[in-house]
Design a protein around this ligand. Structure first.
Ligand code: NAD
Length: 277
């Protein structure tokens, strides 16, 4: 028997082709879970060459069904309480329960802008999406888990940026420190309902989160998208002891551990997955 057979998982930020949420949705389905896949867009654009036809949530539903599991696609902006509550209601309507939440929806930082140069608008956009989104999604799912009385597993994708200061990325850092504070508080509040709450702190992972940076550099230097990626990746590598970016699938393996029975005595923790950073 697979470890998640009979479980229902809700994954936010699941729509991007190269994203951590997509990889986690497939990993959990592969272990037997039925999966609600949500995203702000039905098919977030991937600028990686070859990804032009990416079908987003609908394509992921097909992938999950081909693994023999059920799936439900739901569009929802995590920074809107109405949309989040509706998404959770739709999941409950279809499956009658949510055992697992993995909250992956998030946006990257305005890059290389010191706090003195941050606009209020950019600050609010990052905080609304990354921090308020984590609150709204966790609140809605935790309410349904608590109401059902059968426990549950909540995993928030934070970042190693939530454990340090990063010059030029103040809003992003602040949002991720906030996510970790939220996780630690919820872990203590929900422990009596047998709901475990933990966070994963990825280091640099290949995904679509940096696509706009690559596209900007591509335009500035009149080079290919892959060349721009290579230049940007090289900037990070000297700071990664393992000398490479991580993959979304490696993050998915850790997420699977944290939503499975194998992590039954773990709550309120952050686990870094960062190649040694
Ligand atoms: P990604 O861009 O590939 O995926 C993020 C997904 O979130 C996208 O599908 C996007 O459409 C969705 N999203 C964005 N705003 C949303 C909103 N308001 N409502 C609903 N969905 C929304 O990026 P990723 O790397 O897979 O990022 C997943 C999480 O991992 C994020 O929280 C990110 O901060 C975190 N993270 C990523 C890295 C990395 O290097 N990739 C490192 C540390 C932390």
């Amino acid at each position: 028997m697979k470890s998640l057979e009979g479980k229902v998982a809700l994954i936010t930020g699941a729509g991007s082709k190269r994203g951590i949420g997509h990889a986690i949705a497939l990993r959990l389905a592969g272990e037997g879970a039925d999966v609600v896949v949500t995203d702000r867009y039905t098919a977030p654009r991937s600028l990686f060459p070859g990804d032009e036809e990416w079908g987003g949530l609908d394509e992921i539903v097909g992938e999950i069904e081909s693994l023999g599991r059920k799936a439900l696609p739901v569009m929802a902006d995590v920074s809107s309480s109405q949309e989040v509550d509706k998404a959770v209601a739709k999941a409950m309507e279809k499956f009658g329960k949510i055992d697992i939440l993995v909250h992956c929806a998030g946006i990257g930082p305005p890059k290389d802008i010191p706090i003195t140069g941050h606009t209020e608008e950019a600050w609010r956009t990052v905080l609304d999406t990354n921090l308020t989104g984590s609150f709204l999604v966790s609140r809605a799912v935790a309410r349904s888990m608590r109401g059902r009385g059968q426990g549950g597993k909540i995993v928030l994708i934070a970042s190693i940026a939530g454990t340090m200061g990063l010059p030029g990325r103040g809003a992003y850092c602040a949002s991720k420190w906030g996510v970790i504070g939220l996780m630690k508080t919820m872990a203590l509040e929900l422990v009596k309902y047998d709901i475990c709450v933990n966070a994963i702190n990825p280091g640099p992972i290949i995904s679509n989160i940096r696509d706009a940076d690559f596209a900007k550099l591509q335009k500035e230097l009149n080079i290919t998208f892959e060349e721009a990626q290579e230049i940007e990746y090289q900037k990070y590598l000297t700071n990664i002891p393992m000398g490479r970016f991580g993959t979304a699938e490696e993050v998915a393996d850790l997420a699977l551990f944290l939503v499975s029975n194998q992590s039954s005595y773990i709550t309120g923790e952050t686990i870094n997955i960062s190649g040694g950073i």
